[in-house]
Design a protein around this ligand. Structure first.
Ligand SMILES: [Zn+2]
Length: 167
């Protein structure tokens, strides 16, 4: 039994007491969270969110990529999202290597070159990385000025969020 078989079995148990059938598709608290995929940010518990409160978009680094923008535009215009939190975190793995070094290693390892991904979005300065994501989101022409956007760093040692000044 591999790990996917294990979680399929867990799902069968979950479905016995499932209670989400009547949740609306629009999140009750009109919140979107963009966060790193690192499991050390337990989004729901860390932010006191119930299922149905918010949409959560995660990727390596908590980066505003083309696909994050796609999801946020849908979240705002189709799901009524009014507030966005961007959450990066201490000890992020994306600070531990450089884009070009990974590209070169992958080319050497596989013997193949690839057009995408064009960037891995690694970074060195954590606060500046949050500010960069803030600017990326704010600069998109379809993101309205009245969408509230705030950036944060989650400390994996304390569990606390610290807000990052966008300026
Ligand atoms: Zn991370």
């Amino acid at each position: 039994m591999d790990v996917i078989d294990e979680v399929i079995e867990a799902n069968r148990q979950f479905a016995k007491n499932y209670s989400g059938q009547d949740l609306p598709s629009q999140p009750a608290r009109r919140l979107a969270v963009v966060a790193c995929m690192d499991y050390r940010i337990p989004i729901s518990q860390a932010l006191g969110l119930e299922n149905g409160d918010a949409v959560v978009i995660r990727n390596a680094g908590g980066i505003i990529t083309e696909d994050t923008l796609r999801s946020l535009i849908v979240a705002h215009y189709r799901l009524g999202i009014t507030d966005v939190m961007i959450i990066n975190h201490t000890q992020c793995g994306m600070q531990t290597f450089e884009d070009q070094a990974l590209v070169e290693w992958l080319e050497k390892e596989t013997g193949l070159s690839a057009v995408i991904p064009a960037h891995f979005h690694t970074f060195t300065d954590l606060e500046e990385n949050v500010r960069r994501q803030f600017r990326r989101l704010r600069s998109h022409s379809w993101i309205p000025a009245d969408l509230r956007v705030r950036g944060f760093i989650f400390n994996v040692k304390t569990g606390l969020l610290t807000e990052v000044d966008p300026d």
